[in-house]
Design a protein around this ligand. Structure first.
Ligand SMILES: NC(=O)c1ccc[n+]([C@@H]2O[C@H](COP(=O)([O-])OP(=O)(O)OC[C@H]3O[C@@H](n4cnc5c(N)ncnc54)[C@H](O)[C@@H]3O)[C@@H](O)[C@H]2O)c1
Length: 354
């Protein structure tokens, strides 16, 4: 792509997250022009146009995105729709040979995720997932330090995330949500675990319920799981969806030589040998993009070479999510990730390439 012309961009799904992402992309200094947008609700497209300060072609209706992809000369597409339809939307975008930025979770189910990842790799285009924690200094630094061996061999981990997640509209419908809160906000936490440790999931066992403030819903709200990773590390993942007040999380990684904790923007190191805690400096490396949108535009304009959230990370999360959801559906039975992969003729080696 020429460095002087603006990226010709269209969006599928212009709701809350879509509008924020599209405005960030359109405001990028290297130039991106929104040519067209598809949504179920015309008012969402009007709102986006007013936020952008210019008009673009509107496509309204469930299948209107197909017409949009047919009719417009595009370089890239953004997918910001509910979870289950991500799959058909990304397939359609890739069929047109377009670069793709897609909201989390990339697509639901390990087999779908691996298919989409293979097609994206074969297309030679950029596919990036909007996991913004890859651009947060504390997580990026922790990944670097874990990989340099600061805390030795990772043995255990603990992940807790709790929020008031009412699961309204499509999030409350199994055919759109694909796994309730476990697959929604939970997706971010499974991702940073696997990304920071750079390891594949081995198994999951645990339980979910669909209770929100004492009322039963149709999707998974709360869950508690034991998760094992391929390097032998094991830990607990707890997601709660109906606590009052704001969002809370707690991520702890326990190694043979020390631990890492996250508090707000702080990254805290426990040095086991010295029996001492201290804050680690957490600046991002020079040229590290500030967000998935920044990374996407810079990749398309050849200003950076590294995609910090390629589709393979979406596969790893999809696999662990599927193992957790299956275990919960089967009364807490231990589910091996390798068994899930076998069903679609895949193996762990398919999750290694990035
Ligand atoms: N990265 C994050 O922190 C973060 C935060 C919020 C949401 N998200 C993700 O963003 C995505 C959208 O979530 P949201 O909160 O913006 O939901 P939303 O309901 O506000 O937006 C979804 C939009 O998609 C539209 N849509 C549905 N089906 C469509 C179709 N077939 N064609 C075109 N448009 C269609 C809807 O009309 C709606 O405007 C989800 O994947 C969600 O997980 C990510």
């Amino acid at each position: 792509m020429s460095s002087s012309s603006a990226i010709r961009f269209a969006a599928i799904g212009c709701g809350n997250a879509g509008t924020a992402r599209i405005c960030a992309l359109a405001g990028h200094e290297l130039g991106l022009k929104v040519v067209a947008g598809a949504d179920l609700v015309e008012a969402n497209l009007d709102n986006l146009a007013s936020r952008l300060g210019y008009s673009f072609k509107h496509y309204v209706g469930e299948q209107a995105y197909l017409q949009m992809l047919d009719e417009n000369e595009l370089d890239a597409v953004g997918i910001f729709t509910p979870h289950i339809p991500h799959y058909e939307h990304v397939l359609a975008a890739m069929k047109k040979g377009l670069h793709v930025i897609i909201e989390k979770p990339m697509v639901c189910g390990a087999a779908n995720a691996l298919e989409v990842t293979r097609l994206m790799r074969e297309s030679g285009k950029v596919g990036i997932i909007h996991y913004q924690r890859h651009y947060e200094a504390k997580f990026a630094k922790a990944r670097e330090l874990i990989q340099k061996g600061l805390i030795g061999e990772v043995k255990r981990f603990f992940i807790y995330m709790a929020q008031d997640w009412p699961g309204r509209t499509w999030r409350a419908e199994p055919e759109y949500s694909g796994g309730g809160q476990i697959n929604d906000s939970g997706s971010h936490y499974l991702d940073i675990l696997l990304w920071m440790l750079d390891v594949l999931p081995r198994s999951a066992e645990g339980h979910c319920d669909s209770f929100y403030n004492g009322k039963r819903g149709k999707v998974e709200f709360n869950g508690s799981f034991n998760v094992e990773l391929e390097n032998g590390a094991a830990g607990r993942v707890v997601f709660l969806a109906d606590i009052p007040g704001g969002f809370v999380d707690d991520v702890r990684i326990i190694g043979s030589k020390g631990n890492l904790f996250f508090q707000g923007d702080r990254l805290i190191h426990y040095d086991a040998e010295k029996d001492a805690y201290h804050d680690m400096p957490t600046s991002l490396a020079k040229n590290y993009p500030s967000s998935p949108s920044d990374n996407f535009v810079k990749l398309l304009k050849n200003k950076v070479r590294i995609n910090r959230v390629p589709f393979i990370f979406g596969c790893r999360v999809a696999l662990l999510t599927e193992a957790m959801l299956r275990s919960a559906a089967q009364g807490g039975e231990k589910i091996l990730c390798a068994d899930i992969l076998k069903e679609s003729g895949h193996g762990m080696q398919d999750l290694l390439e990035s």
